[in-house]
Ligand binder design. Sequence first.
Ligand code: GCU
Length: 584
Amino acid sequence: MNQGLTVLTNLAARRANGQVRSLDGTWRAIVDPYDSGYINILGERNRQGYFRDFKPRHAGDRVEYDFDHSLELNVPGDWNTQHPELLYYEGTVWYRRLINVSAAEEALDQRQFVHFGAANHTTKVFLDGEEIATHTGGFGPFSVEVSGRLTVGEHSLVVMVNNRREPDRIPAMRSDWWNFGGLHRSVDLLTVPATFIADAWVTMAADGRLVGGVTLDGPDAGLTKRFVLEAAGIDITIEGTTFEIGAGEVADVERWNPGKPVLHEVTFTAGDDTIGDQVGFRTVRTAGTTILVNDRPTYLRGISLHAEGPSGGRRASGEDDAATLLGWAEDLGANFVRLGHYQHDEAMVREADRRGLLAWCELPVYWGIDFANVETAANSIEQADELVLRDRSRASVILWSAANETLPGPEREHFIAAIIKRFRELDPTRLTTAALLTLPSNDPAVHIDDPLGRHVDVIGVNQYMGWYYADRSDLAVTNWTSDFNKPIVFSELGAGAKAGLHGNDDEIWTEEFQAAVYRAQIEMIARQPDCAGLSPWILKDFRTPLRVLPGVQDGYNRKGLLSEEGERKLAFDVLAGWYRTLAD
Ligand code: GCU
């Protein structure tokens, strides 16, 4: 379970304030499949372990590791695609970064934290040989306090990351994506005042009110907290940790809209600490089976994405990857992206804010999860907190998704209902959803009655008619309804094709076959009155160990509308052509 962590959001503001020292770059690393750098042969803590970053003290000193002459790994980045011998590696890798502190950099009377954008999957953090934190979860941000430890001189930051799949983890043993391990997002050293703003957020509720919060961390909990939104002439003092501003006071603030984003400067202050952010204000709600943004029915012309970079089959991270990937989504005519199946880099949702793209953000409660395990349930809530706390000021985000393709059952329903409850506690303004599994059926009247439908606001439906089941001709006579009078979003649909492989549209793996499935899907979906949108699977081909057909898949899922290198397939233009007819 998580230990030694501190809630600390608003990293972008800390960077803008000059409070961040990047620890990105080349780290030294030791590959340790047996965890021998942590546990000795008796199963006890290895007192000479790699986390000590020892050097031989004299000629006879037996030290059987040496970070200074070990493997090099770039951070941020998965380890799998940096060294061929690590492509399939699942186990522990030790990272080491030396931090040199000058007299000018010594943070006297301030507090310091090491912030991790994400590390897959389970992480232990050590500073100068002492274990200071543990984090479980491969895709959420976390911070570890190091105040008072970084005195003038050289310090050894050692991070143990293991990406082993375990039955009690989230995700667990199988996923249709590559198990990229390591420090795949940025690592930063933050220096903040002794009492600082640990979390500050603001967003617009469905009735047009602003709701937000400011939480302090430090001895001066009584500091005056202020919120300023100049666009509305608002400058208020915040009592307690949350605030509301009446809809009337912000009625004239220009709204953020899909395709027409407007971001406003907001400022939170408390004592010596200031957090600035650029926030869009829009309402989102459902009415029956419709989704409304700013009270306008909005059909989600979407596409799904994995967090895989534009080329090279590696973990995506940073602004350049976000700009390329979301640029491709815009080329498709999308107004919506499903950021599946886990929390993506913050750069993605900030880029979606800037581009006016709506976003579905998701937890990796995927396929077979140990729903009966209380520790697994506790970690699902920790991961839900990381997902929502980081991004609840982002106008682009309209949907929090609790799960993907989990099998019905009482423990699963209880587990996922608890996540949805947590989403709403932290953020009552956004919609909740989950992607439901559709099992093959010969019945042209497909009726969705998964009990999860009672708990969510929007019903995600993954269906692969024309690929995994049903003939293309079946789609022409199929209709979808549900028990719940809630919007249905087809959160997955599609077919595979190898880019550049051409033939008749009945020849599987050809681009023509994939395009024909898309045509049949579009014709069916366009007829569904309860459907509020779709996010076909998937923008681009992506790495997975589940897809091994030589010469066609070669370790990639080929349902992309683009190849893993961004080459367009025919189906891209089929979907884009339809989206153009729907565009507002
Ligand atoms: C499932 C699953 C995806 C997977 C897809 C596929 O719907 O949610 O993660 O990649 O099917 O089979 O390609």
